[in-house]
Design a protein around this ligand. Structure first.
Ligand code: AMP
Length: 130
């Protein structure tokens, strides 16, 4: 069965899209740890990061770096952290989490945003990606 992120890639489930290229897609995490929490995925469905071939691994990491640079310009944070977990969704994804304190890395804590906040944030990050 297709992962929920493959359904986002094929458009059957909506997302707050931040940026994409031919191979990768960035969208806002629906349950953000902090304001700006973004997920970067490889469009091809692979469960585990370290099963990626070197070409795809590098594509995802370079893509994540590009998005992180735009994200850092878009929100107030000390730095953007990167984490790969994958316990919930078996489709490799990089968490980009704007950090103001270590508690922002706590996945059991979330902030609530309105639809309009997600939409505006996604547009703002996109406009800062070069
Ligand atoms: P994990 O697989 O443990 O790395 O966590 C999966 C992440 O995906 C969590 O932070 C969820 O909030 C996020 N997530 C799950 N479904 C969606 C969705 N439809 N759109 C955006 N983010 C999602």
């Amino acid at each position: 069965m297709a992962s929920i992120f493959s359904k986002i890639v094929d458009g059957s489930i909506p997302c707050y899209k931040v940026y994409e290229d031919d191979d990768c897609l960035a969208f806002l995490d629906i349950n953000p740890n902090s304001f700006g929490h973004t997920l970067c995925i490889l469009k091809r469905e692979v469960d585990y990061l370290f099963d990626l071939n070197d070409v795809e691994y590098n594509k995802l990491m370079n893509f994540s770096k590009k998005v992180a640079n735009g994200l850092e310009k878009s929100v107030t944070c000390k730095r953007v952290a990167l984490s790969v977990v994958g316990l919930e969704v078996p489709h490799v994804h990089v968490h980009l989490i704007p950090l103001n304190s270590m508690s922002d890395m706590d996945f059991s804590k979330n902030i609530q945003l309105e639809k309009k906040d997600f939409e505006n944030l996604a547009l703002k990050i996109n406009s800062n990606i070069k």
